[in-house]
Design a protein around this ligand. Structure first.
Ligand SMILES: *[C@@H]1O[C@H](CO)[C@@H](O)[C@H](O)[C@H]1NC(C)=O
Ligand SMILES: *[C@@H]1O[C@H](CO)[C@@H](O)[C@H](O)[C@H]1NC(C)=O
Ligand SMILES: *[C@@H]1O[C@H](CO)[C@@H](O)[C@H](O)[C@H]1NC(C)=O
Ligand SMILES: *[C@@H]1O[C@H](CO)[C@@H](O)[C@H](O)[C@H]1NC(C)=O
Ligand SMILES: [Fe+2]
Length: 523
C-alpha cells in the first residue's frame, strides 16, 4: 500500500515534470537567436546601486544580430549578421548602452535587396542559393565579422585602431564611439616570395589575436592552402604591428591545413594547436560552405606547433586527438611551457549550432555541449607534451566544463589561478541551463558559479579593480537575457563571490554574443 502510494506520487511528479517541460521549455531561450533590428546610441541605463567611480571605460561586444533577410534564412547561427553592443561607464555614476549592426558589404547588399546576398558563409541559407550564386559567394568570400572586437596600436599615428574580426584575414575597422563601420581592411600578406600569386588561398586566420609580451604588437596566424599539386600548404605566424602593417615571424609547410580558432602566447613562445580538422578544397568549392569543406579525422593526433620567438625555430609535437576552440592562457615555468585550453573530443558540437536546432527545445538538448578544461605541459628539451585533465570540484562539479574562457588579463603569460567561463547544460539535460563559473586552477575547494534558471548569459569579461589585492579582485561584466521577460540586462558580478552585485536593464534585448573587450577610458 505504502509502496503503491509512493509509486503513484512519483508517477504524478514525473508527469507534472514532463508536462511543465513540454508546456514551457526554457522560456525565452530562442530570443537569443531572434533578430533584433533596433539600433541606438548612448541611451542612458540605470543601475540598481551606485557605480564605483573607478569603473570608467567601454565594454564593446560582438555577436549575432540578424538571422534572416526577406524570405531567406541563415541555417547556422555563426552566419547571423554581426551586431555590436557597447556599454559606456563614464566614471561619474552614469552609464549608457549602444547597439549597431556592422555595416559590411555583405550586410549592405543584403539589406538593399531584401534578401541574403551571395557571399561565402560558414554554412548556408534556406532557401539555398543556385549554382551561379554559389560561385559568386565563393569569389566574394567571407565578409561577416561577427566574432570578436580588438584594438591595435598604431605607433606612427600614436592612436588605437578598433577592428571586428572573424576567423579570416580580412577584418573591418569600426569607430568605437559610435559603433559605425569604417571600412574593410585586408592587410598585405607579408609572406616572402608569393604575394600576388594564385598558388595559395590565404584567408583562414583567427578571431583571437594576442598581445606580444612587452610590446604594443600582436600576433595572429594565417593559413595558406596550396592550390597546386606538389606545392605544400603553409601556416604562418604573423606579427601585427598596426591594423595594416604585418610582418612574418615564421612559416612552415603542412600537408593539410587545419581549421584553428585561437592559440596561445608566452613571453618567448607561441603555441598553436592544429587539430586534425582539415580543409578539403574540393568540398569547399563544391558546397561553397566551409563547414562542409572540413574533414574531422578522429583517428589522427593533434599537432602542436611551438614557435620560439627569439630563434624562430618551429618545434612540432604530437598529442592525442583533441579539438579546441578557445585557449585560456599559457606561461613558462622553469623548463616547461604550460598551456590551458577548453577542449572537446571532436568538433561535432559546432554542426549542432544551427538556428533550427538551437531554437528547438528537444533537438538542442540532444547534443553533447560540454567542453573540458585541460592543462598541457610541454618540455621542449625533451620535445614532450603531456596533458592533465582538470576536474570539477565537490561544490561545483561542472566547473571544468567551461568554454568562452576569460582571465584577468594582467595575468596573461604568468602563473595564474582563475579562469571564468560559460558552462551549458549544467544538469546534463537542458542546454539552456547555463552558469558562469570561476574555476580555481590552484585550489580544489574554491570554484564558484552564478546561475539563475532561465537567465541566459554570454561571455564574462573581467575588469580588475584598481586595488588589485588578489587575482580575482574585480568585476565580471556579463550581458544576461532574462528568459521570462525576454529582456536583457547587464550584470556586474563580483569575481570573488560570483554574485551579482549590481545590474541595469537594457533598452532592448541583446541576442547571443560571442566575444567582447573592456577598453579603458570612455571612447
Ligand atoms: C526563417 O526563419 C523564420 C523566423 O525564425 C521562420 O518563421 C521561417 O519559417 C524560416 N523560413 C525557412 C524557409 O526556414
Ligand atoms: C556623466 O558624464 C556623461 C558624459 O559626459 C554625461 O552625459 C552624464 O550626464 C554625466 N552624469 C552625471 C551624473 O554627471
Ligand atoms: C625537461 O627535459 C629535460 C631533458 O630531458 C630535463 O632535464 C628536465 O628536467 C625536464 N624538465 C622538467 C621540469 O621535467
Ligand atoms: C553530469 O555528468 C557528469 C559526468 O557523467 C557527472 O559527473 C555529474 O555528476 C552529472 N551532473 C548532474 C547534475 O547530474
Ligand atoms: Fe572565439
Amino acid at each position: 500500500m505504502v509502496h503503491t502510494a509512493i509509486l503513484f506520487v512519483s508517477l504524478v511528479c514525473k508527469t507534472v515534470q514532463a508536462f511543465s517541460v513540454m508546456s514551457e521549455p526554457d522560456p525565452g531561450f530562442d530570443t537569443f537567436f531572434t533578430t533584433n533590428l533596433e539600433e541606438m546610441l548612448d541611451v542612458p541605463i540605470q543601475f540598481d546601486k551606485p557605480l564605483p567611480s573607478w569603473l570608467r571605460g567601454t565594454l564593446i561586444r560582438n555577436g549575432l544580430g540578424m538571422f534572416e533577410v526577406g524570405r531567406r534564412n541563415f541555417t547556422h547561427s555563426f552566419d547571423a549578421f554581426g551586431k555590436l553592443a557597447s556599454w559606456k561607464f563614464y566614471g561619474n555614476g552614469s552609464a549608457s548602452f549602444s547597439t549597431n549592426y556592422i555595416k559590411s558589404d555583405f550586410y549592405k547588399d543584403s539589406i538593399a535587396k531584401d534578401d541574403i546576398a551571395p557571399y561565402l558563409m560558414f554554412e548556408s541559407v534556406k532557401p539555398s542559393f543556385n549554382e551561379f550564386q554559389k560561385m559568386e559567394a565563393l569569389l566574394r568570400g567571407i565578409d561577416n565579422m561577427n566574432v570578436n572586437v580588438y584594438r591595435f596600436f598604431n605607433r606612427q599615428g600614436n592612436n588605437y585602431e578598433y577592428v571586428v574580426l572573424n576567423d579570416f584575414w580580412k577584418i573591418y575597422q569600426i569607430n568605437p564611439e559610435s559603433l559605425d563601420t569604417i571600412s574593410s581592411v585586408t592587410a598585405d600578406l607579408p609572406h616572402k616570395g608569393h604575394s600576388g600569386s594564385y598558388t595559395f588561398l590565404s584567408f583562414l586566420s583567427t578571431a583571437h589575436p594576442l598581445p606580444e609580451y612587452g610590446t604594443s604588437n600582436h600576433f595572429t596566424f594565417v593559413s595558406s592552402v596550396s592550390l597546386i599539386p606538389g606545392i605544400k600548404s603553409m601556416i604562418s605566424l604573423i606579427r601585427i604591428k598596426s591594423m595594416e602593417e604585418r610582418e612574418e615571424v615564421a612559416s612552415w609547410p603542412v600537408d593539410r591545413v587545419p581549421y584553428m580558432h585561437s592559440f596561445s602566447v608566452t613571453k618567448n613562445y607561441v603555441i598553436i594547436f592544429a587539430a586534425p580538422f582539415f580543409v578539403n578544397v574540393m568540398n569547399m568549392v563544391r558546397y561553397a560552405a566551409p563547414i562542409k569543406g572540413l574533414d574531422w579525422k578522429s583517428n589522427e593526433p593533434t599537432t602542436v606547433y611551438v614557435i620560439n620567438l627569439k630563434t624562430k625555430a618551429v618545434t612540432s609535437l604530437e598529442t592525442a586527438n583533441v579539438f579546441t576552440m578557445h585557449h585560456v592562457n599559457a606561461f613558462e615555468s622553469g623548463s616547461e611551457i604550460i598551456v590551458d585550453i577548453s577542449s572537446y573530443p571532436s568538433p561535432s558540437f559546432v554542426k549542432n549550432l544551427e538556428v533550427s536546432i538551437l531554437k528547438d527545445p528537444i533537438k538542442r538538448n540532444l547534443f553533447d555541449a560540454h567542453a573540458y578544461l585541460r592543462r598541457y605541459i610541454i618540455n621542449l628539451s625533451k620535445e614532450s607534451i603531456i596533458f592533465e585533465p582538470i576536474q570539477g570540484s565537490r561544490t561545483v562539479p561542472f566547473s571544468h566544463n567551461l568554454d568562452l574562457p576569460t582571465i584577468n588579463e594582467n595575468y596573461r603569460y604568468k602563473e595564474y589561478c582563475f579562469v571564468y567561463g560559460v558552462v551549458l547544460k549544467i544538469d546534463n539535460v537542458t542546454l539552456s541551463r547555463e552558469a558562469i563559473v570561476k574555476k580555481d586552477l590552484c585550489r580544489d575547494d574554491n570554484d564558484k558559479y552564478w546561475y539563475v534558471e532561465n537567465h541566459y548569459a554570454s561571455e564574462a569579461v573581467f575588469i580588475p579593480s584598481p586595488t588589485k589585492k588578489t587575482e580575482d579582485d574585480g568585476y565580471l561584466l556579463v550581458p544576461i537575457l532574462d528568459g521570462y521577460q525576454k529582456k536583457s540586462y547587464i550584470a556586474i558580478i563580483d569575481a570573488v563571490s560570483m554574485e551579482i552585485i549590481n545590474k541595469a536593464d537594457l533598452p532592448t534585448y541583446v541576442p547571443f554574443n560571442l566575444h567582447g573587450r573592456f577598453f579603458d577610458g570612455v571612447l
